[in-house]
Ligand binder design. Structure first.
Ligand code: ZN
Length: 314
């Protein structure tokens, strides 16, 4: 490790093993997943979304999530997170011992029906039921709702900002600990990101959670920086930008973790992640997904001459 290590000022939440794998056709063998997660944890990442608890017939890639959770729990200091769409999934996640649950709630009414076949009001009821279960059996577990299509929707187009604010407040009232905003369809721009995070913060204060940005149109990092400017301190991203864009075949999806860490560290904002170790973790991912496209400018270009991470240039 490099000498003076600063306290991390942002939390990079790695979503590749869930968001990324869920969007690719191939199923990564469990042993490869575990090696990949070990490599991610070794780079200093402190939060990983390791899978989702959904029926195996819907998503065979996620059939081994309970086993992956149990393995991830062996890394001290790592927050192990999983996605659950409903109470049944939450029961499995809590049984496996996750630290944190994320529930997808669509801001767009049309996307909600298409994605989970429930109205937004029905999803709020689901959040309430999951929070009640958590309170009973595992009160220490945190619940995040990740609000997909918060910045626009491929089905209905515009999503009204007042509806995002309304839904964020409802999720908190239902028992969620935080609400993150996701640019699922990759349409957000920095001005919109600042405005919407400010509005949501105005309604739910410090329960405002992560920025989950996509790089579909090249604005992923710009949107993360805009979110940072208005006080967001948790950022979702995936190693190698794994996942692509479900709505635009061939286009990139999640913000690339390596580029995001490079941006913050170059700014003197500590991430707690060792960039060289992070780039090295790509090998473990690629070994488990041969032929799958991966993205990232920093891994391709290499680190600048004199790169000294954790030390702010005088
Ligand atoms: Zn995503």
């Amino acid at each position: 490790m490099n000498a003076p290590v600063k306290e991390p000022e942002v939390l990079i939440s790695e979503v590749g093993p869930r968001d990324g794998l869920q969007s690719v056709k191939a199923t990564m063998p469990t042993a490869q997943k575990l090696r990949w997660i070990d490599a991610l944890a070794a780079s200093g990442l402190r939060e990983i979304e390791v899978g989702s608890f959904v029926p195996a017939k819907l998503l065979p890639q996620m059939a081994d999530t309970a086993e992956v959770v149990r393995h991830a729990l062996t890394h001290p200091g790592l927050t192990v997170m999983a996605l659950v769409p409903n109470v049944r999934g939450a029961e499995s996640a809590l049984r496996a011992g996750v630290h944190k649950i994320t529930i997808p709630v669509s801001a767009s009414a049309a996307h909600s029906m298409a994605n989970v076949r429930k109205t937004r009001e029905e999803m709020i009821a689901e959040v309430r039921a999951i929070a009640r279960l958590r309170d009973e059996v595992a009160p220490g577990v945190k619940i995040e709702t990740g609000m997909s299509t918060a910045f626009g929707c491929t089905i209905q187009g515009e999503v009204k900002e007042e509806e995002v604010v309304w839904l964020a407040s409802e999720c908190i009232a239902a028992g969620a600990d935080e609400v993150g905003l996701s640019d699922t369809s990759g349409v957000a721009n920095p001005a919109q990101v600042r405005r919407l995070f400010n509005k949501v913060r105005g309604a739910i204060g410090d329960k405002t959670g992560a920025a989950h940005m996509h790089n579909t149109r090249g604005l992923g990092l710009a949107n993360c920086l805009a979110a940072w400017d208005v006080g967001v301190r948790t950022f979702d991203s995936s190693l190698g930008g794994l996942g692509g864009c479900p709505f635009a075949p061939g286009a990139s999806g999640n913000v690339v973790t390596e580029d995001l860490v490079f941006m913050f560290e170059a700014m003197g904002v500590s991430t707690g992640v060792d960039l060289l170790a992070l780039i090295a973790a790509r090998a473990a991912m690629e070994a488990g997904l041969p032929g799958e496209p991966v993205y990232g400018m920093t891994p391709a270009a290499g680190l600048p001459k004199g790169w000294a991470q954790g030390v702010v240039a005088a």
